[in-house]
Design a protein around this ligand. Sequence first.
Ligand SMILES: Cc1cc2nc3c(=O)[nH]c(=O)nc-3n(C[C@H](O)[C@H](O)[C@H](O)COP(=O)(O)OP(=O)(O)OC[C@H]3O[C@@H](n4cnc5c(N)ncnc54)[C@H](O)[C@@H]3O)c2cc1C
Length: 381
Amino acid sequence: MDHETAVSKAKDIADRILAPAAGQNDKDGRFSSEAIAALGSSGLLAMTLPAEAGASALGPRTLAAVIAMLAEADASAAMVYLMHMCATATIAAARTGADVGQTLKDISTGKHLTTLAFSEAGSRSHFWAPVSRAKQSGANVRITAKKSFVTSAGHAQSYVVSALSADGKGPTDSTLYLVAASNPGLSVAGPWDGLGMRANASAPMSLEDCEVVPALRLTDDGAGFKAMLEVVLPLFNLGTSAVALGLCRAAVAGTATHVKSARFEHLGATLGESLPTLRAQLATMQIDTDGLAARIDDLVDHLERPRETTVLRVLESKAAAGDVAIAVTSAAMRVCGGAAFSKHMAIERLFRDAHAGAVMAPTGDVLREFIGKAVLGIPLF
Ligand SMILES: Cc1cc2nc3c(=O)[nH]c(=O)nc-3n(C[C@H](O)[C@H](O)[C@H](O)COP(=O)(O)OP(=O)(O)OC[C@H]3O[C@@H](n4cnc5c(N)ncnc54)[C@H](O)[C@@H]3O)c2cc1C
């Protein structure tokens, strides 16, 4: 599969499977198993895996384009896909000696959905500092943890779980483990009823004395933090930015359709023909959306050819994307007036979904804190 094929497969799934069901799934808070089945059989769940795993080794450019395409139709499904791709990259980068061959094989045949279980009730959005600690139990470890939000909770076949290492000294001395959905002690700990992203099952999960064998330790002991920053963060920030872009594109398209079709009968003209203020707001939405697209292209370029400014771009991209998505979808709500407010159109779903990116860790505030420190040469942690 090449870049164009991947993007056209994403478009086909977005048009055929995601778009027709997104409104009802949002209303019902229903996880779309059909979306996952389609993404699996199309090869998109595995597209970034290397050729040795029978996949296409596609890079960040394709990942961003596919995610934006999916998010334009259904941001919940796009976020499920993004978390899967981040977890898949972590599994693929597992330390020598980890036994992840079968999992990668199942991912490459589209039969395995995975996700990240980092955030904890104790350390909240500071995912880099889990408060749970693995306890040595013979050769195995046992993990007890309260994971506060896990996208695809109860639907994934595996979870990439963080916990402090058994003998870690500092707050970031964590290790990552692969925990199968069937592992005794792992359970969904409550419902997911979010303001937005309602169809992505981001429920809390608990691990009660979950036993994990050494072969499913993904990182060296204490190297979880490094994997979070080097493997997960660039992809997650790129992907969250792409979700924001998809939401913005959908907001521009939905707003344009509305102001082209809704009419003032007494004036004999559409909203768009009648009101320069609506045209001006739509123009600002378009400018912001294209600006975000350019920022994502720039980040992709920095990830493809890493250089001194890459870390800053990784941080800046998600911080900016969260704000742009909120601004563009807020403008869409205003331009589309009572029709949007009364849920006659999809705009209000986009507006609600757009608020997730800025509060997902690293949050927009935390990213600003990191960027400010980086600019001043102050250590981030
Ligand atoms: C839809 C959705 C899906 C999610 N999916 C997953 C998932 O799959 N896996 C996972 O591990 N987690 C997931 N999360 C959790 C997410 O990554 C965050 O951990 C969570 O949203 C943080 O919420 P909180 O109430 O704990 O924030 P808090 O940490 O309580 O933050 C409260 C406020 O304080 C601000 N703040 C915090 N620290 C600082 C700081 N140092 N400087 C300045 N401001 C600060 C925050 O920006 C925020 O505005 C998901 C969250 C959502 C909303």
